[in-house]
Structure formats: C-alpha cells, structure tokens
Design a protein around this ligand. Structure first.
Ligand code: AMP
Ligand code: TRP
Length: 424
C-alpha cells in the first residue's frame, strides 16, 4: 500500500541538475557534494507505507512531543525511531486553484497516513510581493480551512501558520549568512516575479524567499517535500544549503559537541507528482495555472460555484484536431484537460486515453465539467462547515503550532550551538 503511495511521486533529486559546480568552486571541496543515496520506491524498505515502518534517522532528531530537555541541548536530543517526516505549504495569496490542489494539497492527503506530516500556511512568504494587509489574516484562515476541507486530517497531520512558529524567521537569518547571493540571483521565480513587479516594487524578501523556504523545510529535518514542479529549483537550493551548512558547521566538531553523525540538517527530497505537477491555464495550455494571472477565466478555483465551473470549461481554449489525446506537443490544452479529468476522476491515464480517444470537445467538456463539480462539491461543503466553526479552526492552528514549535526549536538550538553562539 505504502509502496504505491510513494510510487505516485517522482523523487527528482537524483535526476535534477544540481547547481553548477562553479557556484561552489573555491569554497567547499566538490567531493563534499556527493549525491545522496539513491532513493527509489524499489529501494525503500518493503514496510514503507505501513504504519509499522520506522526510520532511524542519522541526525539528532527531536521527537514530535519532545520535552524542553530535548530542545535545550543537542547532546540531549533524543534519537528515536520515528516515521519519516513530510512538510509542505501554500501561500495565502489569491484563491487556491486546481493547480495548487492537484500539484500539492491532494497529494498530501495520501501521505498523511504513513508519514509524520506538517502542513503550514506560508503567510511570511505571502508578503514578498505587494499585498493587502487587511486581507492577510483572512486569507490565512481560509487557506487553513481549505487544507482541512481537502482532507488534511488533524489527528494525523499538524496544520499551522508559518508566522506562529518564530523559529522559521530566526533560522532564516542564520541560513542567510551561509547562502551565496549568486544562488538566489539564479532563481527563476525571483527573476520572473521581479520582472513582473518592476524594480521599485521588489523587496529584498523576494530575493531571500528561498532561504525562508529552506528554513521551513530544514527546521523539521524533513525527509520529503511534496510540491508542484515550479518549486523544484527552490528544493534544489534547500538541499544545497543543507549540505553547505552541514559541511561548514557540522562534521567532527559538531559530533564532538553531541551532534549525531556530525550532521546538522537532513537533506530533503522533493516529491513531485508525475501528473498534476504543472496544471496549465485554461486559456493557454503553455502557461501555468496561476493565482496571479489577471483573468479568473484562466483557472478553476477550488471554491468556484457550479455555474462558474460550467462557464469556465465551456469557454476554455481547445483545438481543432480530431479525437483527444495525451502528450501531443501540438495540443497542450488537450493534454492539460485530459490530465485534469484523469486526476479528478481517479482513473488511469490508459483508461482516459481509451475512453476519450474518439471524443470531440462537445462530448468531453460536459464530462469534464461534471467530474470537476462532483470532485469539488464535497470539498466546498466541508469548507463552509469548517469556516462556520471558528473556534475549531483556532484550536487546530494553536495545536499545530505548538507541536511544530517543539520540533523547530530543537533544530534551531542545535544550529545556534553548531554555529558557535553563546548559550543562554
Ligand atoms: P503557491 O500558490 O505558489 O503557494 O503554490 C503552492 C503549491 O502549489 C506549490 O507546491 C506549487 O508547486 C503548487 N502549484 C502552484 N501552481 C501550480 C500549478 N499550476 N500546477 C501544479 N502545481 C502548482
Ligand atoms: N514556495 C512555495 C510555493 O510558492 C511555498 C512554500 C513555502 C513551501 N515554504 C515551503 C512549500 C516549504 C513546501 C515546503 O509554492
């Protein structure tokens, strides 16, 4: 069971381009940057996915319920058998759309049974572009409610707001000192967003955004990070940064101080789904579906009412080829709409290929519309229920932040210690 959950994802770190060695040259011996152990579903222990699967971690990993004792000293951090850990988050900006859902949130649900999961609302990331302060807290609550409505189960996962766990920002500062500015200048999202916003509107935080994201991940000694394909480069930076800090401040010295294995941070793996990692715009099959696209017609928002979905699918861009097919580069819209259909119906790609091969758009569009409405309706009903009980949502977020802070503070204390700060 677990095996099949895992095999839904591409673990890209082994295949993705690393930062060019020129970035590192002269600072850290290249032998240090050896590839992490090949992780592939078939290399995973056969018990992976069953609740009995346990991983003995090589770093001084705090337990979820670690006591103040564990966070006070690296040497006293308990090393215990724990489930592998997964973290991810979405920004509370604009409205959550089908891309966020199929690329990220939907995949979290299948992981929470077998992993220790922490899902946060990354409100600190949301202020890296111009935003409306009056709307920030409301969007943060709405996003939390969407997580729960989509099936994040708080008996299994911790759900919290990034800014409620102070360690995120604090670790970010420490990590900033070890992040070469050249790494940040190369980030595609920085280049794209800053080009769009114009120099006067670009704050330093947009540049240092990936350092905060690295902090979100490394604080929890995360094993895996389920995200859409657009976050792959940020994950690569996170991995490089973890290795760099481990090299600069870990090793023998850190081991002597009590750091298990001399490793400060675990190096995380991205989990990018093979389908849904890049849901495209409804008005242009070559552009990503995005919160910031000016036309709402380009995306299906998770909370779009039925008539809006009907209308958006009716008007979405198609082509005039006969039949419907996946993977034809001349038919990006067709590939996108079939992929969406596949994911919301839970059918296999082969089944959808068979079912739709002879169809025309007039037959397929109502089918897709119904599938979307059927899939989203229960989420929308649950969302309204959750939003009507604000005390419940508050409680979830307080509990989530408390659990998260326990883990995060232990890591943060270790980093302070390894970096040579005077202890309190
Ligand atoms: P953001 O809205 O930028 O906070 O993205 C939250 C999550 O949704 C991240 O894991 C993204 O990779 C994912 N995501 C955003 N847009 C898309 C898209 N069009 N297709 C697939 N995943 C996406
Ligand atoms: N940068 C991610 C995005 O825009 C959101 C994010 C912030 C994130 N911190 C994270 C995702 C940590 C996964 C893990 O989509």
């Amino acid at each position: 069971m677990g095996r099949s959950v895992f095999s839904h994802f591409l673990i890209l770190s082994n295949t993705s381009p690393r930062f060019p060695s020129s970035m590192l040259r002269g600072q850290i011996p290249s032998r240090y940057f050896k590839k992490p152990e090949q992780i592939h579903p078939r290399n995973l222990p056969s018990g992976l996915g069953s609740t009995s699967f346990r991983c003995r971690c090589s770093v001084a990993l705090p337990e979820t319920n670690s006591s103040s004792e564990s966070s006070s000293s690296s040497s006293s951090s308990p090393i215990s058998a724990v489930k592998k850990r997964i973290v991810s988050g979405v920004q509370p900006t604009g409205s959550i759309h089908l891309g966020n859902y199929l690329g990220a949130i939907k995949n979290w649900i299948s992981l929470q049974d077998n992993y220790e999961t922490l899902f946060f609302i990354v409100d600190l990331h949301a202020i890296t572009v111009p935003y409306e302060p009056k709307q920030l807290s409301e969007s943060t609550r709405n996003t939390a409610a969407i997580y729960l409505a989509c099936g994040v189960d708080t008996t299994k996962a911790s759900v919290f707001v990034q800014s409620h766990v102070r360690a995120h920002v604090e670790l970010m500062w420490l990590l900033s000192s070890a992040t070469p500015i050249g790494w940040l200048n190369k980030m595609i999202q920085f280049k794209e967003k800053s080009r769009k916003a114009g120099d006067e509107n670009v704050g330093v935080a947009l540049l240092t955004y990936p350092v905060l994201m690295a902090s979100d991940i490394l604080l929890y000694q995360s094993d895996f990070v389920p995200v859409g394909a657009d976050q792959k480069q940020h994950l690569e930076l996170t991995r490089e940064l973890a290795e760099r800090v481990n090299y600069l401040f870990g090793g023998k010295k850190w081991k002597k101080m009590g750091g298990r294995g001399g490793v400060i941070f675990k190096v995380p793996e991205p989990l990018i789904p093979p389908a849904g990692a890049r849901v495209m715009s409804l008005t242009d099959g070559l552009s990503k579906m995005s919160k910031s696209a000016p036309s709402d017609q380009s995306r299906i928002n998770l909370l779009d009412p039925k008539d809006v979905i009907v209308n958006k699918i009716k008007r979405c861009k198609t082509d005039s080829f006969p039949g419907l097919e996946f993977d034809n580069p001349d038919r990006p819209e067709c590939n996108n709409l079939l992929s969406i259909y596949q994911l919301v119906t839970g059918k296999t790609k082969e089944d959808v290929t068979e079912e739709c091969r002879e169809m025309n758009w007039g037959t397929f569009k109502p089918l897709l519309t119904d599938a979307l409405i059927n899939h989203l309706h229960p989420i929308q009903v649950r969302y309204e229920e959750i939003m009507s009980d604000s005390a419940y949502l508050d409680r979830v977020l307080v509990e989530g932040a408390t659990k998260a802070a326990d883990i995060a503070d232990a890591t943060l204390n270790n980093v302070y210690q390894a970096m040579g700060f005077l202890r309190k």
